[in-house]
Structures are given as structure tokens and as C-alpha cells.
Design a protein around this ligand. Structure first.
Ligand code: SF4
Length: 394
């Protein structure tokens, strides 16, 4: 191994800052196992006496509408305004799903939907107030910078006004969705009508300044270069230096079915795992790193725990957006616990703020399997059901 690579690995594993060029060098050239080891050292240094733990949570994605005028090319979920298959759930239905999430042990809901020209700030406020009134303890970790841009346009408000009104109506934190790939070239190819990466970050910075924290995501595999992947990380790290408001970074892979982009995902498993490791080394200022079992599969998700990740995300009682594009990886609580345990870590259920709720030290005391991921059509009138039965481990 070249001295420079080892030096970079040693420095970043011990908390030293990598430049974007250095991160790219590690991403492209560092030996796989050495990269993973360095990321794991960085993770252990960061979490100290809790480094033996890896976390998961139970939440439900509630998609309130599939009507969207942003028409991202990678998206298999949306229908254009006036399309016969467009739908928008009633507030009552959204509350019913939130109630169901709590009944199944969920601690968080992610309200996510398209950019419908019919929905202005008042509709979002009504939805938030209703969910909070019904389930005040449920964390509403929802929407994202793209929704703020959309609502600001529909309701003729500033970003700060939209964020403040959403917060006052019950929003706890923003989800990191919509980041996709932030640099201009690849973003314009896959989502020409979406706000720019700079605007996405501007909204997040504004939100953090108003006390609304968020996560940050990255979708890889639509044809972006390695340098553009690292540039995405840099853009997030620069904002984080100013705000500290990103709680975690969550990379996932593009799912290629049923959309206008078509083609296979261009992120291999090794590229994904290398990106996870480099993210752990590069983000000296973002605490948590989540592996995406939903898009890369449970075995690769488990491997992320050896590449710097400390969290496997949610059981996902309901998910309809990436599953519409081909993600088929269902899971349940017992299985996520098992993945974490067989990766050599102690599983723990966490909440939205990453506080530990339950430490699963004794396998004999593992919880039942009522919390099972469930993907379905969310069209009004479609049969809606959350699986309460025994786990499917296949
Ligand atoms: S990803 Fe979101 S913004 Fe883009 S088309 Fe799909 S629903 Fe609309």
C-alpha cells in the first residue's frame, strides 16, 4: 500500500479531516479491507463505550399523495396532476395510519409525498396538527427541502415562513430525502425540474437555523461519477460545519424499475460499501451513518456495520416510494435484531433523536414480530393492511 493512502487512512480513522481530493483518492484507491477497517476505527472512536451497539428504529412512511409536478426521471411513484391514477389521502386516513404505527410499536412517522399543485401550506398544517393531536408522542420526521420549496411556491411564502409554520403545526424534524445527488450535472440529468442542490442545502441550513434538524441522504447509481459522489459529501459537510443540524447521513442506491431513467443501477455493492466507509471517514462532523438494507439488501446492509455504519434504519412498517422502483427487501424487527447481533454488535431500538429505547442483550428476550415492513399500493380504496402475523424470514 502506498504510504500516502495509509497516512490518509490513519489520519481520518483518528478524526483528522480529509479534503475532498483525499476522500476521492481513498474512495478510488484504498484497499477494500483497509478502508473498512479505518472506517470501523473511526466509528469506534466516535461512539466510545457505546461502540458495541448498533441501532434500528420502527417507523412508518405515510405517503399522502402521489400527485407530483416535479416528474423526476428516476421516480416510479408519482403521477402527473390530472392523471387517472393520482390520489391524495384524506387527513383522517393519514391519522388512521399514524394510529396504526403507534399500535405496532412505531415511534416515528415519515410523511412523504409528491408535489401536488393543489396542496398549499394550510393543508400541510392541518395534516400535522391532526397527527400530533392524535399521537402527541409520535415523532414527525417528515417532508424535506424539496417540499419546502414546493410549498413556498404554491403558497407564495419564504422558505423560513414555510419551515416556521410546519414546525409550529407539529413538524419535529425534516427527512433527508430529495437530496438525490446534489452536484448540478447529474442532478439535472435525473431531476431537471427539482430545485438545485444549492437550494436544497439552503433550505436545510435555514431549517437548522430555525431549530428544525434533519438527516441527509444520497442516492447513488444513476450515472454520477466518483468525483461527483465525493462532491455530494463535501456540499453536506460544508453546511454541517455552519449548522450542526444534520443528525445522520444515509446513502442508498437507485432502484431501476418502472421509471423513465431505466437502466440498471450503476452503483455496485462494492462501490456502495466503499462510499459508506469513506462517508464515515469524511464526515468528522456528522454523528450517525445509516446502512440502507431496503435498497441494497439485508446482507449488504449488515456489511455496512463493518464499514463504519452504526445504524440500520427502520423496520419500515410501510414504504411505497423506493419499493415502487423495485426495492423488494422486506424485513421485520426480529430479523433486523438478528442481522445486528450476527454482525457482532448489540442491537438496540432507538428513537428519532438516536436515544436508546431498548437494548436487546439477551436473545431469549427478543420482542415479538408485530413490526413487519409492508409495501403496498396506497391508492384510496385499495386494500390496506399491516401485517400482524408471524415473520417471513425468506
Ligand atoms: S421523487 Fe418526489 S419530487 Fe420527484 S417525482 Fe417522485 S414524488 Fe415527485
Amino acid at each position: 500500500m502506498r504510504v500516502t493512502l495509509q497516512t490518509l487512512l490513519d489520519r481520518s480513522a483518528n478524526g483528522g479531516r480529509l479534503s475532498p481530493d483525499e476522500a476521492l483518492e481513498l474512495y478510488l484507491e484504498a484497499p477494500f479491507h483497509a478502508l473498512g477497517r479505518a472506517a470501523d476505527v473511526a466509528r469506534r472512536q466516535r461512539f466510545g463505550d457505546q461502540a458495541h451497539i448498533a441501532t434500528y428504529l420502527i417507523d412508518r412512511n405515510i405517503n399522502y399523495t402521489n400527485v407530483c409536478l416535479t416528474a423526476c426521471k428516476f421516480c416510479a411513484f408519482y403521477r402527473a396532476p390530472k392523471h387517472a391514477e393520482g390520489w391524495t389521502h384524506s387527513v383522517e386516513e393519514i391519522v388512521r395510519r399514524a394510529d396504526e404505527a403507534v399500535e405496532l410499536g412505531g415511534t416515528q412517522v415519515m410523511l412523504q409525498g409528491g408535489h401536488s399543485p393543489e396542496l398549499g401550506i394550510e393543508w400541510y398544517e392541518e395534516m400535522l396538527r391532526a397527527v400530533k393531536a392524535a399521537q402527541p408522542q409520535l415523532a414527525v420526521h417528515s417532508f424535506g427541502a424539496s417540499e419546502v420549496v414546493h410549498i413556498a411556491r404554491v403558497s407564495d411564502l419564504s422558505f423560513a415562513d414555510v419551515i416556521t409554520r410546519l414546525r409550529n403545526a407539529g413538524l419535529d424534524s425534516f427527512a433527508g430525502a430529495g437530496a438525490e445527488i446534489l452536484p448540478l450535472r447529474p442532478r439535472t440529468v435525473i431531476a431537471p425540474l427539482k430545485e438545485t442542490g444549492e437550494t436544497w442545502l439552503e433550505v436545510m441550513e435555514t431549517a437548522h437555523g430555525l431549530g428544525v434538524e434533519s438527516t441527509a441522504t444520497m442516492m447513488m447509481g444513476t450515472g454520477e461519477t466518483a468525483a461527483e459522489r465525493i462532491e455530494h459529501l463535501r456540499m453536506i459537510r460544508d453546511v454541517q460545519d455552519r449548522t450542526g443540524g444534520f443528525r445522520s447521513f444515509i446513502p442508498w442506491t437507485y432502484q431501476p424499475e418502472n421509471n423513465h431513467l431505466k437502466g440498471e443501477t450503476k452503483a455496485t455493492t462494492v462501490e456502495y460499501l466503499r462510499l459508506v466507509a469513506v462517508a464515515r471517514l469524511f464526515f468528522d462532523n456528522v454523528v450517525h451513518l445509516q446502512g440502507s438494507w431496503l435498497t441494497v439488501g439485508k446482507d449488504v446492509g449488515q456489511l455496512t456495520l463493518h464499514m463504519g455504519a452504526d445504524d440500520l434504519g427502520s423496520v419500515m412498517l410501510e414504504e411505497n416510494v423506493v419499493s415502487a422502483a423495485g426495492a423488494r427487501h422486506r424485513s421485520n424487527r426480529r430479523e433486523l435484531i438478528s442481522l445486528i447481533r450476527t454482525a457482532g454488535r448489540v442491537p438496540a431500538q432507538r428513537d428519532t433523536l438516536y436515544r436508546l429505547l431498548t437494548l436487546h442483550e439477551d436473545p431469549a428476550l427478543d420482542p415479538d414480530d408485530r413490526a413487519i415492513s409492508h409495501f403496498s399500493s396506497t391508492a384510496p380504496g385499495a386494500q390496506q393492511r399491516v401485517d400482524l402475523g408471524l415473520p417471513t424470514l425468506a
